[in-house]
Design a protein around this ligand. Structure first.
Ligand code: PGA
Length: 245
């Protein structure tokens, strides 16, 4: 089955309104292969609405909370994203897991609520360098997937994208080799099938130091359906080169 390539630009805590709008202006001059690929940028929350208005690309949130509203200082809910017609959210990025101590149980609640509200979820999994060196990477990924997705009833497989992001490759300039990435993506697809999910339809994308110079090699593998790009998504030209690898 043909899976539509998915490319996400995770801006993290970068860009202000002025530079974000410059990104939009530049992106208007570029071809994003909109019919053949799903391309979404994930700006900091305060830029979601201005970018939704001005950017030719879809926009999504980097995170959201499962409660709809109330006394949760600092949070934005899945419901609030839906209210503003934002259609995507990342959940479980390794920076959320490690810096903000988000655990598997919390991530499961966020995923369930986001999907229930109709958002598309980019769910991140990944092992640390220490875990890979100890040869624990497969068991770590399997347990992250099980903890978050066990029992999930997914009516539309296009609404869940799994991002494999080895922590040691994020922002380090070190990419997993295409073989390492493909091996893990095939493993993830099998794990999704074991969880009774439509594994052949769910996109599995790679993240960790993806750039114009290494994307092509990664994308040549049958189980790699796109990329989640951090640093190299901050400039429209670079991100565009990645999308059009
Ligand atoms: P990077 O980040 O491309 O800067 O390594 C990827 C990510 O964290 O999603």
């Amino acid at each position: 089955m043909k899976r539509l390539n998915f490319f996400g630009g995770n801006w993290k805590m970068n860009h202000n309104l002025k530079t974000a709008l410059e990104f939009c202006t530049n992106s208007k001059t570029l071809n994003w292969s909109a019919k053949e690929k799903e391309v979404v940028i994930f700006p900091p929350a305060h830029l979601l609405l201005p970018l939704k208005k001005d950017c030719p690309l879809s926009v999504g949130a980097q995170n959201c909370y499962y409660e709809d509203k109330g006394a949760f200082t600092g949070e934005i809910s899945a419901q609030m994203l839906v209210d503003e017609k934002i259609e995507y959210t990342i959940i479980g990025h390794s920076e959320r897991r490690s810096i903000f101590k988000e655990d598997d149980a919390l991530l499961k609640q966020k995923i369930l609520k986001s999907l229930d509200k109709g958002l598309s979820v980019i769910f991140c999994v990944g092992e640390s360098l220490e875990q890979r060196e100890k040869n624990e990477h497969f068991s770590v990924i399997e347990s992250q997937l099980k903890a978050a997705l066990f029992g999930l009833q997914l009516s539309d497989a296009s609404k869940l994208v799994v991002a494999y992001e080895p922590v040691w490759a994020i922002g380090t300039g070190k990419t997993a080799s295409p073989q390492q990435a493909e091996e893990m993506h095939a493993f993830i697809r099998k794990a999704l099938a074991d969880l009774q999910l439509d594994a052949e339809s769910i996109r599995i994308i790679y993240g960790g130091s993806v750039k114009p110079s290494n994307v092509k090699e990664l994308m040549q593998n049958p189980n790699i359906d796109g990329a989640l790009v951090g640093g190299a998504s901050l400039k429209a030209v670079d991100f565009n080169q990645i999308v059009n690898y």
